[in-house]
Design a binder for this molecule. Structure first.
Ligand code: VG1
Ligand code: CO
Length: 542
């Protein structure tokens, strides 16, 4: 048993400001690449004497990468590594395990909703002791280390197989293999009214949960079918597959269209839901009803007190800036604080840690609370079930009631994918340059009332994050946001977020894309999307 110091060269690694490294498997598996990044984490953040959690979404390259991480952790002086059996842990379950076991942090092997397989994506992310993604100061230090590295440390013996529960040594490190599901399922049982949900299913309520061949399958089967008594077969695509069965494990109407079509058809069950590759995203559907993530956040905030874990009320709510204002309206009615943060879960961390917010969410199908420090797909599904059970209404009825009380924020995100990077960056840079002169001008019939580049001042630690997305506000109340994706692995993705508010008395039954079409035209005139990119329509509309 010997520690080897292998010489290596710097990689074109994680960009500063992003919370993990996400690349093609082909790049991740080139010799030294993963090793370089893992060593950069240990060099920048430390390893000696630490207890860490390790798990992933089971995608292609997970097992090989995990063996390397284990051998490197042992060589770098990690004391204990708590690992999900078979290398599996959903992102929220990993966050929970870090917290309950008071670990120093964890490594999550996932590229979230990105496709997997030999030609797909892989990713690795560091979470810290709070259970949340590493803050920017840490990720920036890792980035610096990955570009300066000259050697990595690795044990020369093999890592053990990851299929048996219990402890096994690797060098001086203890590997502790745990059941990936049970602790997390116990936590859910504490937060929600399982008796009420059990009674709902016992009375014939039907549901389809699409695990999209990703990590949530075993969690959903245990919780929904075993503990809550939903019929067998409620969970579909429940066995994690290395390439998500060739699919794109992103729970939205486009990539989860089989479930979507089922819910819009005549055979629809009462409730439909899906989650993503690593189990932190969710999609909520009722019979004939799709709930946008922004609306879902608002409904959950308005009804959270129906769940035992939130019976005492919630302290505040936060949403990422491109998420619609629906949750803010609920916060105002409840008399609680509402925060607007940049895109990315890490920005909720301080607010959660200091009790300023209880629930938070993003338009990209992420919702969660202070129970962990990641977004949590099944949590959102269970809170919805709890609300449905206690209110005795359908999803569609709940939405109609919600809009009648708070008004409706018609909302859609338009994505232009795989654009040439320089072109996309120039588009945003040029738009940024025109911002000061936009106010007061009219585009496609809509007058701009304000144009700004979103900058966030963290109310807890006073740190600032600038250039987080361009906000265009219109005199008639519409809002559009433009920003480039930070998670793609192919070219650049331009995201255009569109919303238009219709008050409580207004018409809430209109077609979303039709409502937003004039706004989309105005944005196109302002930013020149069609003329500059040659794209006349977005690739994905959610
Ligand atoms: C996307 C979403 C963002 C989310 C991020 C990570 O980022 O828009 O809301 O926090 O993915 O989600 P971007 O930069 O591509 O827009 V996940 O499920 O990958 O942890
Ligand atoms: Co995810």
């Amino acid at each position: 048993m010997q520690v080897q110091a292998v010489s290596t060269t710097p990689i074109d690694g994680q960009k500063p400001g992003t919370s993990g490294l996400r690349k093609k498997v082909t790049e991740f598996s080139t010799p030294g690449y993963l090793e370089n990044y893992v060593q950069a984490i240990f060099d920048a953040w430390g390893a000696e004497g630490k207890t860490l959690v390790l798990g992933g979404d089971g995608r292609f390259f997970n097992k090989a990468a995990m063996a390397t991480v284990l051998r490197m952790a042992a060589a770098n002086g990690v004391t204990r590594m708590i690992v999900g059996r078979d290398g599996l842990l959903s992102t929220p379950a990993a966050s929970h395990l870090i917290r309950t076991r008071q670990a120093d942090g964890g490594l999550i092997l996932s590229a979230s909703h990105n496709p997997g397989g030999p030609d797909g994506d892989f990713g690795l992310k560091l979470n810290v002791a709070s259970g949340g993604p590493a803050p920017e100061a840490v990720t920036d230090a890792i980035f610096a280390a990955s570009g300066a590295i000259s050697r990595y440390l690795i044990l020369d013996n093999d890592a053990p197989a990851l299929d048996t529960l219990g402890e096994a040594p690797l060098g001086d490190m203890i590997i502790e293999m745990v059941d990936p599901v049970s602790d997390y399922a116990d936590l859910m049982e504490q937060l929600f009214d399982f008796d009420a949900i059990r009674a709902l299913f016992a009375n014939g309520f039907t549901m389809c949960f699409d695990a999209m061949h990703a990590v949530t399958g075993p969690y959903a089967i245990e919780i929904l079918e075993r503990r809550l008594g939903a019929a067998r077969g409620t969970v579909v695509n429940g066995v994690p597959s290395e390439d998500f069965n060739g699919g794109h494990p992103d729970p939205n109407p486009v990539w989860a269209h089989v479930l979507f079509d089922l819910m819009m058809g005549s055979e629809a069950p009462d409730f439909g839901a899906a989650s993503d590759g690593d189990g932190d995203r969710n999609m909520i559907l009722g019979r004939g009803a799709y709930v946008t993530p922004s609306d879902s956040l608002a409904v959950l905030v308005a009804n959270a007190q129906l769940a035992p874990g939130y019976a005492g009320g919630i302290s505040g709510v936060a949403r990422s800036m491109p998420t619609s204002a629906a949750a803010d309206r609920v916060a105002r009615a409840l008399g609680i604080e509402a925060f607007q943060t940049p895109t990315g879960w890490k920005f909720f961390g301080n607010l959660l840690d200091h009790g300023r917010i209880t629930i938070c969410g993003e338009e990209s199908a992420g919702t969660g609370s202070d129970h962990v420090r990641e977004k949590d797909g099944l949590w959102a599904v269970l809170l919805w079930l709890n609300i449905l059970a206690r209110r005795g209404q359908s999803v569609a009825e709940i939405m109609v009631d919600h809009w009648a009380r708070f008004g409706r924020d018609y909302y859609s995100r338009h994505d232009y994918e795989a654009l040439p990077k320089p072109e996309a960056e120039a588009l945003v840079a040029d738009l940024r340059a025109t911002l000061p002169g936009l106010s007061g001008r009219t585009f496609a019939g809509l007058g701009v009332s304000n144009a700004e580049d979103f900058a966030y001042l963290d109310p807890i630690d006073g740190s600032t994050s600038a250039r987080q997305g361009i906000i265009l506000q219109f005199t008639t109340g519409e809002r559009a946001v433009l920003r480039l994706s930070g998670t793609g692995t192919e070219g650049a993705t331009l995201r255009v977020y569109l919303e238009r508010f219709e008050g409580p008395e207004g018409n809430h039954g209109l077609d979303t894309q039709e409502v937003l079409a004039p706004l989309a035209r105005a944005v196109d005139q302002i930013a020149g999307i069609a003329t500059r990119t040659g794209r006349t329509a977005p690739d994905v509309m959610t």
